[in-house]
Write a protein that binds this ligand. Sequence first.
Ligand SMILES: [Ca+2]
Ligand SMILES: [Ca+2]
Length: 416
Amino acid sequence: MRWTGQEKMRAIIYVIVLAGAMAMPSASFAAKFVVNSTDDIVDAAPGDGICETGAGNRVCTLRAAVQEANALAGPDKIVLKAKKYSLIAGNEGESGGAGEDAAATGDLDISESVTIIGQGAAYTVVDGSHLDRVFHISGTAADIIRFSGITVQNGSVIGQGGGIFNDSDSAVTITSCSIRDNLAYGTAGGGIASSGPLTIVSSVIARNALYFGMSGISALGGGVAVTGPNATLTVTGSKIANNSVSAVVEPAIGESGSAWGGGIGADGANTIMIGSSRVLNNTADSWSPSLLASSGGGLFISGSTNPATVTESSIANNAALGSAANGGGIAVIGTTSTFSGCTIKGNAANGFSAAQGGGIYLQGDALMTVGISGLSKVIGNYAASSGGGIFTSGAIALNIAETATVANNTPDDMVP
Ligand SMILES: [Ca+2]
Ligand SMILES: [Ca+2]
């Protein structure tokens, strides 16, 4: 066997690095990669423990770091600098990459535990360049994926999760991040879609949009969507603003389609907990005339396994638009839920065929209990049809605390 000079050098470097790696003390992270390049180039040899785009060049890109982290067992850490990282690999002038799941092109595919940490959302930006979504997660239930101090922006995808798609039971935690200006054409999540546990802390989810135009199929969650029995959503100290979900259908030619949850949409999830957060200026919009076609301008919760709780939060200035618009601020379908210390204000159910529940629309297919408690206010909301403050339909035990206020809604406060 004859080796070229380059191959010999690579082998020598490999041995040296391997020896170095073995000598390192074990830390809480299996490996740490410090990204030192904003280029978007693959790793030369994923799995060798070295983040570099060419043998020996020590140029570590975000894409190379993700590939290394995927290839190495255990929780790894990727550190980004205060720079903008634009994803362009494999995508120039075309829309490949979303279907590629080795993080080589398009979106950055994450297959096991990793922490990606930046220098603050205002300084560290990962930009999808509107060529593909940004992050795609497909680990196991044992994996934990953390994003901290970064902005995820300008992702675009035909599919779920324009910014981040957790297509697995892995736990995803987003802390001090901004997820903004992402776009998806699909069933869930303009900004983020998750079928596993999702935790959002001290973050901003803004100006994301979800569109869908397949007749009979719903679109869920302009900002954030959680779906299925393994999904939980915990939102703390965050702002969900100016997101939108739209069903792009033509009722005139027999098409139907629902738009649910302009800010946050949860369908058949396990547990929803929202605290100390603001859900503002989000919209759900469908021209389909079926009952719940456009529902939950701010927040849509349907069929959760466990009770949903919203505490000390503001749901304001959201709107359900289009034809049949129910729940300008909030729509809760078949889920026991409690709103405590919340302000639900200035929301509108403003459809032209039917519009009920300007602030809150509640529909109990089986008996569900809903509490409006702890100084909550449902004020100044509007419904084009009826139930300006709260509209209830079906089997609901609605408990409004004496400390709560339902007032000054148009055309009425509560129906029935
Ligand atoms: Ca490598
Ligand atoms: Ca990819």
